[in-house]
Each structure stands twice: as C-alpha cells, then as structure tokens.
Design a protein around this ligand. Structure first.
Ligand code: CAA
Length: 286
C-alpha cells in the first residue's frame, strides 16, 4: 500500500501505443509495473509490443538480454483493477475521452489507498477537470509523454489548480528517474508542445492545399531545411490524423483562434478512416 513518499509499484491504465511505452520505461527504470487493459487480447498485444521493442533494442546493442529479461520480469498485465491496490503511482493512458478517463479513475479509486498519486497522460483534456472528478485533486497531475515513448526524452508535467507542491515534486522526480527530461507546462489545451506543434501541422495542410508543394517536397523541405526528424505529413500520419483532429478541436474550442481550427479536409480524412500509419492510409499509403 502506498505510504505517500516512495514509488515502488507503478500502475499503468491502458496498454496501447502510449500505455505500453510508458509501462516499458517504468519497468526499465526498475519499478514493478502493472498494466491494465480491457481484455486479455489487448493485454497480450501491448506486452507483445514491449517484448518486440526490447528484443529490437538487444539486436541494436542498446540493452543486454539480462536487462530485457529483468524488465519483462517487472511487468505484469491484468484486466482487473484489484492489482492496482499495491500501486504507489498510477498513470492513465487510455483513449482521449473524458468520460472514459473519469470512469477508470473512479474504478481505481475504489481499490487504492489515500496516498496513491494519480497521473494522466492526456494530451488535451483539462487536468483540473479530470482531478475534480476524483477524491484526490491534490494528488492528481498531468504527465504527458511523447511517441515513441521509449525514445523521446521529453515529458510535460502539468499541475491542476489543486495539485499540491509535494505531488508536483514527487512526479517531477519520478519523471527524471525514468531517464526523461521533464518540463513544467500550464493546464491549458496543448500544454507546450501541442500548443506549438498543432498549428504547425495544420498550417502544413493549408500550405499543401494552397499549392505550396507536393507532400513529399514539403516533408523534404522541413526535414532537410529545418533539421526536423520527420516532415509534417509523415509526422501527421505518425501521430494519427484522428488524434490531431481531436486535439485541434479542443484547442479551437478553448482559444477561439483560427490557427487551431482543423481544415475541412482533415475532418473528411478522419471520417473516411484515413487515420495515418495505424489505419494503413493517411497522407501517405502504408
Ligand atoms: N531499443 C532501444 N533503442 C532504440 C530502439 C529499440 N528498440 N529502436 C530505436 N532505438 C533508438 C535508436 O538506436 C536510435 O538511437 P541512437 O540515435 O542513439 O542510435 C534512435 O532510437 C532512433 O532510432 P532509428 O534510427 O531507428 O529511427 P529514426 O532515426 O528513423 O527515428 C524517430 C525514429 C525517433 C521516431 C524519429 O523519426 C523522430 O524523432 N520522429 C519525430 C517523433 C515525434 O515528433 N514525436 C512526437 C509526436 S507528438 C506526441 O507524441 C504528443 C501528442 O500529444 C500528439
């Protein structure tokens, strides 16, 4: 049971692309990590993704087979909430839907002790609003990772209105213990990265539609001209067009600034199921 000072056991809600990456880095950093998904197939898929990433890391000489085995040994998957009773810190990484997030936090709150810290990996939902739906808004905080989680160094730490200093410091240090570089971001839609990244991605779509160049040429220009690892359309497909559309809408709703308004073509691509890499088709075909 959590005593409010140490973090030994981490609970991760959701084992999709983000949740599995988060669970992996927690286990790699030495924490016993429990990850929950809605059914056994989703647990197996998530743990399988971690296993493949670690195996690939061994092939690349980034970790030893002993480190891989120790990491997998610290990880366990579940479809219930009961094992979270042991967790000192919980990170939610489920779908970007406030009702679904509220529901999992409510379920977890039934089994954990009063000192367990709650974190959300949301990229767009208001932290203060999520925290207010729990009985521990003082121990609730945003902890936003970037994809691919095991590779990207940044995490944003977002205090809600009621988050106390002790929670903030504990989670900031926890992020550092994962080998990540935390930055403190405000509880405003998009935090820091998406506040700047989303208008950039949307303006790339508008530039393309305005005849600025081919998809390939715009991507090449931003890759070679600015040293970005990916051009905007490769990145849009990587992040997911549905995710981008969803975040942009939340930002537009809050700020009422045209820079955040998703272009009509983005909405139509999402409606047609062209979501990027994950659906096999976005701006590019995969
Ligand atoms: N285990 C350990 N290390 C691994 C690994 C593995 N399985 N796979 C890759 N790596 C390491 C590589 O060894 C390499 O490290 P070194 O440079 O130290 O050798 C590094 O990861 C990059 O790997 P690759 O060379 O295979 O891949 P790449 O150079 O093509 O880079 C990428 C891939 C990291 C995804 C890069 O293209 C990139 O940074 N893209 C941009 C990603 C980005 O912007 N993400 C944020 C999206 S926004 C978001 O997530 C938030 C949101 O709310 C929407």
């Amino acid at each position: 049971m959590a005593d409010g000072t140490r973090t030994e056991v981490v609970g991760v809600l959701g084992c999709g692309l983000m949740g599995s990456g988060i669970a992996q880095v927690c286990a790699q950093a030495g924490y016993r990590t429990i990850v929950r998904e809605v059914d056994q197939a989703a647990v197996d898929t998530g743990l399988g993704r971690i296993e493949r990433f670690l195996a690939n890391g061994v092939t690349r000489g980034k970790l030893t087979t002993d480190e891989r085995d120790a990491t997998m040994g610290r990880l366990s998957g579940t479809t219930s909430f009961e094992p979270f009773a042991e967790a000192d810190l919980i990170i939610e990484a489920i779908v970007e839907n406030i009702d679904a997030k509220r529901a999992v936090f409510a379920a977890v709150e039934e089994v954990v002790g009063p000192d367990t810290v709650f974190c959300s990996n949301t990229s767009s939902v208001c932290i203060t609003e999520l925290a207010a739906a729990t009985r521990r808004p003082d121990k609730f905080i945003g902890l936003h990772f970037f994809s691919p989680v095991p590779i990207m160094s940044l995490v944003e730490v977002i205090r809600g209105l009621a988050t106390v200093d002790a929670t903030y410091q504990r989670v900031f240090q926890f992020a550092q213990s994962l080998g990540k570089q935390p930055v403190t971001a405000p509880d405003r839609p998009g935090f820091i990265v998406n506040r700047l990244l989303i208008p950039y991605l949307l303006s790339a779509i508008r530039a393309y539609e305005g005849g600025c160049g081919t998809l390939e040429d715009i991507d090449t220009a931003m890759t070679l001209g600015c040293g970005h690892p990916m051009g905007p359309f490769t990145l849009l497909d990587f992040v997911g067009l549905d995710t981008t559309y969803y975040i942009a809408n939340i930002m537009y709703e809050e700020f009422r600034d045209a820079a955040y308004a998703p272009p009509p073509s983005l909405k139509r691509m999402v409606l047609a199921g062209r979501l990027g890499r994950k659906s096999g088709h976005g701006f590019y075909a995969y």
